[in-house]
Write a protein that binds this ligand. Structure first.
Ligand SMILES: Nc1ncnc2c1ncn2[C@@H]1O[C@H](COP(=O)(O)OP(=O)(O)OP(=O)(O)O)[C@@H](O)[C@H]1O
Length: 213
């Protein structure tokens, strides 16, 4: 069994600007090991922007992000998996090659990449499609491939932007199960979704309300 995660993440007084417009400011939250934050709000409220900030893909316009339980020099990007709207798969590579790349690249020094690859192929039942180029997958299968990356390397922070989009009912259940197991292992998750999930979120953040405040 893997060592339980022990990462905490807090956002302190953070702000976000896009195209010269302030989407939110003075935002605070804290997530401890085993906890999940649900980010909600209407279209355009800034959910994707916030997740991209947490993933280190978009600069903060103010405030700071603080982690505890990890080496202070390790950027959040290296502690997290970010699954966004783009599925980030190499279309000419097969399903297996994509997952093998992630297992080799992301899980270096964290156990046997072959074990991670097997876990990733099994997580959303992509084993049978292993030889298919990722570009030929259906929309839901592409989303499953992106989510399978969560299993290609153990990382304490999952940043999931509308993770259930295009998934069938059984796969949404698998996603809920995966999140439950991740939280049980002490992982943390920040999730934006318009669709109800079974996952028990310990914290919620409504960016629509933040904006109105
Ligand atoms: N590169 C950009 N330049 C300027 N404005 C941008 C840029 N990217 C996003 N925006 C704007 O920032 C705002 C927030 O976008 P974001 O994608 O974060 O919203 P969201 O809450 O995730 O929306 P949705 O629910 O529709 O996915 C939108 O008004 C969008 O037009």
């Amino acid at each position: 069994m893997q060592t339980p995660f022990k990462l905490s993440l807090s956002a302190q007084d953070i702000a976000c600007e896009r195209g010269g417009r302030t989407l939110f400011r003075n935002l605070d939250f804290a997530v401890e090991p085993g906890q999940a934050l649900l980010v909600s709000g209407p279209n355009g409220a800034g959910k994707t922007s916030l997740l991209r900030q947490l993933a280190g893909l978009l600069p903060l316009a103010g405030g700071r992000l603080v982690t505890d339980g990890a080496d202070a020099d390790t950027p959040i990007a290296e502690l997290s998996h970010y699954v966004g709207h783009l599925n980030a798969a190499k279309t000419a590579f097969t399903v297996r090659e994509n997952l093998a790349f992630w297992a080799d690249f992301l899980a270096e020094g964290q156990g046997d990449p072959a074990d991670h690859l097997a876990g990733a192929l099994a997580a959303f039942g992509l084993g049978e499609l292993g030889r298919l180029p990722a570009g030929l997958l259906s929309a839901g299968q592409k989303r499953k491939l992106a989510l399978s990356r969560l299993f290609a390397a153990p990382r304490p922070l999952w940043l999931l932007d509308e993770p259930s989009v295009s998934l069938d009912v059984a796969s949404v259940k698998k996603l809920d199960g995966a999140m439950r197991d991740h939280l049980k292992a002490g992982g943390i998750a920040v999730v934006s979704t318009h669709v109800p999930l079974e996952t028990k979120f310990t914290h919620t953040l409504d960016l629509g309300l933040e904006r109105a405040a």
